[in-house]
Design a protein around this ligand. Structure first.
Ligand SMILES: Cc1cc2nc3c(=O)[nH]c(=O)nc-3n(C[C@H](O)[C@H](O)[C@H](O)COP(=O)(O)OP(=O)(O)OC[C@H]3O[C@@H](n4cnc5c(N)ncnc54)[C@H](O)[C@@H]3O)c2cc1C
Length: 452
């Protein structure tokens, strides 16, 4: 039970508290589609709303689950029945300071909204998750989101220069440019903490001059191993393209079906590359050379920005395209050293060819980051069990290759049981010690990252 009158009275607008949740199912889940009905939802409009909600929950001993746009892929903002979901989507302050090349943002600003507002000043915010038209900056910070251009420009962490955040007892803490002194680097502790340490209420980001766009190259191979070799050749040559994306043949088939185009079907794999603008011609020529020496079957080089953006749209729709093909899709996000990327894609291709399940993969090859999708066509229990086994095999293989179980989507709820596969006891113990200082009652996003 929640004393709703008491909480509502503390909010800027009492109607921001929702306790009748019929028709509000979007607040029960993230993009994994796991759905749990919470006790209440607060649509925070301002920082005092966040402080009031967290303080109320602290006194009542109720869990609080921060939520941005719900595009997460690890169950991070899925509540439990006793929780208050604290939605930050309405906190949309957005002030660009072109002279200082920074912006001050609310956590509910959509990543693309920031890019669009910075663009007329000749500035950009580089981290670009494929979901950038939907996800929020608060969610990006919580997950330390990556994206297509991250090999070249870095991830969310590299652009955050200040945070305001509310800890479990309702205290407001400040980091970076919001703090008077530097002190401990609390900012880096908060980034990537998945809403388990504090709720972010204000964000200062660094902007950079908008880089010119390079050439786009779409190249297909009959054999995924040849695509992997091309990635290895590009990396070994010290070339850092702006984007280097890998799409395997099965994921490409899903895209063709979804886009209803007569695109590239029955290919082994595709690489979608944007060369850097500064070295456009030299880089394009060298990359083309690697593609040809690795027996590519098709190569399209696009300098026209409109036609190139059509190719990138297809890449950004890929996740939806794969999901459309199955009753249930489990999307796992692993990363390995780029030198082992070839081994991982070969392993996935073999699993698809020889195993009982349809499995495909695409991802940010330049970072060794692969999104592996396990598809269940029937959605029945037997297939779900096979998927569970397949996911565990993938995790073992990734760790054997020196990789990590989460490239960019976080541990969340779904990978919490596997945290100890990757981290030793002392390291998990240190993380839990930090958690217990900032949130001794375990009320901020419980069951995420850690099982207990
Ligand atoms: C089609 C698709 C493509 C994607 N591509 C990428 C990609 O290329 N790169 C990538 O990194 N991710 C990608 N993602 C995953 C997802 O978009 C990111 O993790 C994103 O950062 C989540 O933002 P969100 O606003 O949707 O957060 P939510 O899903 O709402 O929440 C995610 C986590 O953040 C916490 N949280 C949210 N707001 C706050 C806050 N203000 N304070 C504290 N905690 C908070 C939540 O509690 C939860 O743990 C993709 C997802 C989809 C569906």
């Amino acid at each position: 039970m929640i004393d709703s009158d008491k909480l509502a009275a503390q909010l800027k607008d009492p109607s921001s508290l929702l306790t009748n949740l019929d028709g509000r199912e979007e607040y029960f889940k993230d993009a994994t589609e796991e759905s749990v009905r919470p006790t209440a939802v607060v649509l925070a409009q301002c920082e005092p709303d966040v402080i009031a909600t967290v303080r109320f929950a602290h006194r009542a001993g109720m869990p609080v689950v921060g939520r941005g746009a719900g595009t997460g892929l690890s169950g991070g903002c899925v509540p439990d029945e006793s929780s208050i979901v604290l939605s930050l989507e309405k906190m949309k302050k957005l002030e660009v300071n072109p002279a200082r090349r920074l912006a001050i943002c609310g956590p509910g600003v959509i990543t693309k909204e920031l890019m669009d507002v910075a663009a007329p000043h000749g500035l950009t915010y580089p981290p670009d998750p494929a979901s950038y038209e939907e996800c929020t900056l608060g969610g990006n910070i919580a997950e330390n989101a990556g994206g297509l251009r991250c090999k070249r420009f870095g991830v969310t962490r590299d652009y955050i220069i200040g945070l305001k955040a509310v800890t479990a007892d309702g205290s407001l803490i400040r980091t970076g440019i919001f703090a008077k002194h530097q002190g401990f680097n609390l900012q880096d502790v908060l980034i990537g903490s998945e809403g388990t340490l504090a709720i972010v209420t204000e964000i200062a980001v660094r902007l950079i001059p908008t880089p010119s766009t390079g050439s786009t190259i779409l190249v297909a191979f009959d054999d995924p191993a040849d695509a992997g070799r091309t990635v290895a050749d590009i990396t070994a040559a010290g070339i850092i393209p702006t984007v280097l994306e890998y799409i395997d043949g099965d994921a490409a088939d899903c895209s063709n079906e979804y886009e209803k185009t007569d695109g590239l079907d029955r290919v082994g794999a595709i690489l979608l590359i944007e060369t850097s603008a500064e070295h456009r011609e030299r880089q394009t020529a060298t990359i083309r050379g690697f593609c040809e020496s690795n027996r590519c079957s098709y190569l399209r080089h696009e300098d026209n920005p409109e036609r190139a953006s059509e190719l990138w749209r297809i890449r950004r729709n890929l996740s939806k395209a794969v999901s459309e093909m199955a009753a249930i899709r489990y999307n796992e996000d692993v990363a390995v050293p780029v030198s082992r990327f070839m081994d991982l894609i070969a392993w996935v291709a073999d699993m698809n060819a020889t195993g009982p399940l349809r499995v495909n993969a695409f991802g940010h090859a330049g970072d060794g980051n692969l999104h592996v999708s396990f598809l269940s066509m029937s959605g029945d229990l037997a297939e779900k069990r096979l998927i569970h086994e397949g996911v565990e095999k993938l995790f073992r293989k990734t760790l054997e290759l020196g990789g990590t179980l989460s490239g960019e989507h976080g541990i969340g709820k779904h990978k919490a049981p596997y945290l100890h596969w990757e981290f030793d006891e002392a390291t998990v113990g240190a993380m839990k010690a930090v958690k217990s200082v900032l949130d001794p009652g375990k009320l901020l996003n419980p069951g995420k990252i850690f099982l207990d």
